[in-house]
Design a protein around this ligand. Structure first.
Ligand code: ITT
Length: 195
């Protein structure tokens, strides 16, 4: 079954399809269908923003539509950048600039307090208009030097103690197994399969 993904982020679509491999679902990016609406993500939660994205695209196409709103929540910064992760330091800043800002903000924070979480909320609208959301999280620690080239976004600074590597050092199979997105998508599939 096809699920249209309400996102402009092709890295997400790639990961979603890696995770959905072997299920009955295939993610199709809205862009590949020529759908590119202006979306104002002005809610104050991951779930709220995922619902804004999914409802906007569902008003254009009445197929199964899903959206992913995700981000990095840093405990010592009261959960920032959180829902502003993509826009942190300005929409057009590079990840090097985002990392530098985080390192500056955390410079007086002791190693054991550099804890963080990746959060992913997925919202789905079905053709009949019914909706649901699910959430997945993974805990990590922010390292002082970026490590690894896999993944995207904040992966090079997000270290998972259990595996002794950053999510950018993990092969995609491992990241997808333990990640916020992997956990949220497994819940989504269970809900779609067991209606
Ligand atoms: P759409 O809103 O169009 O889906 P976006 O990239 O703007 O794309 P979000 O507002 O949900 O999406 O912001 C998510 C940001 O959180 C993303 O751009 C990364 O900076 C970060 N992020 C989310 N998942 C991540 C992951 O698995 N690894 C690294 N960084 C991640």
């Amino acid at each position: 079954m096809n699920l249209i993904v309400a996102t402009g982020n092709e890295d997400k679509v790639r990961e979603i399809n890696e995770i959905l491999k072997g299920s009955d679902f295939v993610a199709i990016s809205m862009k590949s269908l020529g759908i590119n609406p202006e979306i104002d993500e002005n809610a104050d939660s991951f779930e709220g923003n995922a619902l804004i994205k999914v409802r906007t695209v569902h008003s254009i196409t009445q197929d199964y539509v899903m959206a992913d709103d995700s981000g990095l929540c840093i405990d010592a910064l009261n959960g920032a950048p959180g829902i502003f992760s993509a826009r942190f330091c300005g929409e057009n800043s590079t990840y090097e600039e985002k990392f530098k800002k985080i390192f500056d903000l955390l410079k007086d924070v002791p190693a054991e307090k550099r804890t963080a979480q990746f959060v992913c909320a997925i919202a789905v609208v079905k053709p009949d208009g019914s909706e649901f959301t699910v959430r997945g999280t993974v805990d990590g620690i922010l390292v002082e030097t970026p490590q690894g080239n896999n993944g995207f976004g904040y992966d090079p600074i997000f270290y998972v103690p259990e595996y002794e590597m950053t999510t950018a050092q993990m092969d995609p199979e491992l990241k997808n197994k333990i990640s916020h997105r992997g956990k949220a998508l497994n819940q989504m599939v269970a809900k779609l399969v067991h209606k």
